[in-house]
Design a protein. Sequence first.
Length: 435
Amino acid sequence: MDRLKQLFKDKSEQVKQEVRALLKEHGNKKADEVSLRQIFGGMRGVKSMIWETSNLDAIEGIRFRGYNIPQLRELLPAREGDNEPLPEGLFWLMLTGELPTAEDVQWLSSEWEKRGEVPTHTYAMLDALPADTHPMVQFSSAIMSMESESVFSQRYAEGMSKHDYWDATYEDAMNLIAKLPRVAAYIYRKSFHNNEQVDADKSLDWAGNFAHQLGFDDEGFLSLMRLYLTIHADHEGGNASAHTTHLVGSTLSSAYLSLSGGMCSLAGPLHGLANQEVIKFIFEMLEELGTDDPSKEQIADFVQKTLDGGKVIPGYGHAVLRQPDPRFMAQKGFAERNLSDSKIVNVVWNLFEVVPPILEGLGKVKNPWPNVDAHSGALLVHYGLNEYTYYTVLFGVSRALGVLSALCWSRALGFPLERPKSVTLDWVREFVKES
């Protein structure tokens, strides 16, 4: 048993015993009450699941196992010569609750390199799709096509004990995460660069090799990918992609099927696709204004015109957060350290100054602040990754780290099939009448 799997086994056994004791003594205690507004409003804020890997606070933002993003930049191992954290370290932290050593991260990076071979039929399937197929359709389809490699599905068909579900799921999670950068890079080169593929560089880390296979070897871009794939990895369990992965996984579908479902959720414009909508909005603004260096006054006029037309400002607002997204601020910090003279980046910073006061002036916006999507596209454009329909695939590669580590925990703790109770409008009418 490898070192990470053994550590996870020991940790999850301890937590499993704690949960059993907790439920035996306190299982009937009420943890929440549900309003009709929540029933009709997408179950917003209903406490109904366990998600060990991260927690989202409306004011403080995301914490991974208790650590915020600035702390992760200080505490997670980084590649020599770079200051950004390695995503391998965050996966280790989310899975075990322990900060990894540099040796742990180096081992995990090498382990993913060994597990990274993609089945040939996945490439053949991608090649058979129409050239203009959206990258997220390709990505979700490719993940599902690799289900033929699932250790969990094979062992389940052979009659695996339920006590071993976590073990097979761990193997699937490790194998799948290892393959994702190669699949994602293949989609990018196929869709936008005449299928001229770039061979892997085994001397690089997981994120660095992904950047290399995309066709970018600028050290700044490699550094950005390490930060990007870290800060997008998880956002507690209630967001659509995480919840979908959890829901599909609760049926005992494999990690491949579960993640493919999660990526279908991520592809929606109210979720991960928003990152392409932001840069599209910026491009349209610059084109209409006829400049790549607009003034704050020009930006304010365009924003007001957009709102007057009944449209939203993409990249602003969040279902939970009530402060600027720490992931936005992390990217802003990266830009301040590395590319403060970039015109496209300065447009984002000017939007940051202009948009919140305008939204606050409307008097009905709960969160006028930027979310993670408001900055990411500009950084990618600066380094030459201009094909914004691809951006959500980058998000998906990162999000796999959180949702698959959480899936391992769901299997280790023996979580059941998720099955909330729905009600009809007649039930609601009777409820209101009797209350």
